[in-house]
Design a protein. Structure first.
Length: 184
């Protein structure tokens, strides 16, 4: 039952995070660098760039976190939303649809935990990670599972929503994710 509560929390967080994705502004600004005043080009290898996790200051999930650690990571965001009039876990429809929810999320989104770096769509290697987790799930007998259109998440059950594949996929995904992370 603990996983059901955690999944409910995650679903609620993703609903509100969707609001952030729809209303967020780009913060790409060039920062001047100290160095020579002549034009120069410095590059890093593709492997180095891909392996670097950006530090936004925002909390980030990690593989292997306990349920208690995940809840503690989410709590500042949930508290901020509640302080701004939106009970994310209480009234999900109001949290999803209201202007107040959008305003609260704008104030609190910097507290919303980012997904684990391996699952983050801004990671250039996230698609490879999803593909490797998919291969692991197939090896373990999950018949109907595929990488979603976003390229980084998984869809279970196929067009007929095969219950066995959904159940097995949800149960085995954390194990496969750990195996893929450990193999790198």
């Amino acid at each position: 039952m603990r996983n059901t509560a955690l999944r409910s929390t995650a679903v609620a967080l993703f609903l509100v995070a969707g609001l952030a994705a729809c209303s967020g502004e780009s913060s790409d600004t060039a920062q001047p660098q100290d160095g020579p005043s002549v034009a120069s080009l410095t590059t890093q290898s593709a492997e180095t760039v891909a392996a670097q996790e950006p530090d936004s200051g925002q909390p980030r999930e990690r593989f292997g976190m306990t349920d208690a650690e995940l809840e503690a990571l989410q709590q500042p965001y949930l508290n901020c939303m509640k302080e701004n009039g939106v009970d994310v876990l209480g009234d999900r429809q109001a949290a999803k649809d209201s202007d107040q929810a959008q305003q609260a999320n704008a104030k609190c989104e910097n507290l919303l935990p980012l997904p684990a770096w391996e699952r983050d769509s801004s990671n250039p290697e996230a698609r490879d990670f999803a593909r490797d987790v998919l291969a692991c799930l197939k090896e373990k007998g999950v018949e109907y599972v595929e990488v979603s259109q976003d390229g980084v998440s998984l869809a279970y059950g196929g067009k007929d929503n095969d219950q066995r594949s959904v159940t097995m996929g949800l149960e085995l995904t954390p194990e496969c994710e750990r195996e893929v992370v450990a193999a790198k």
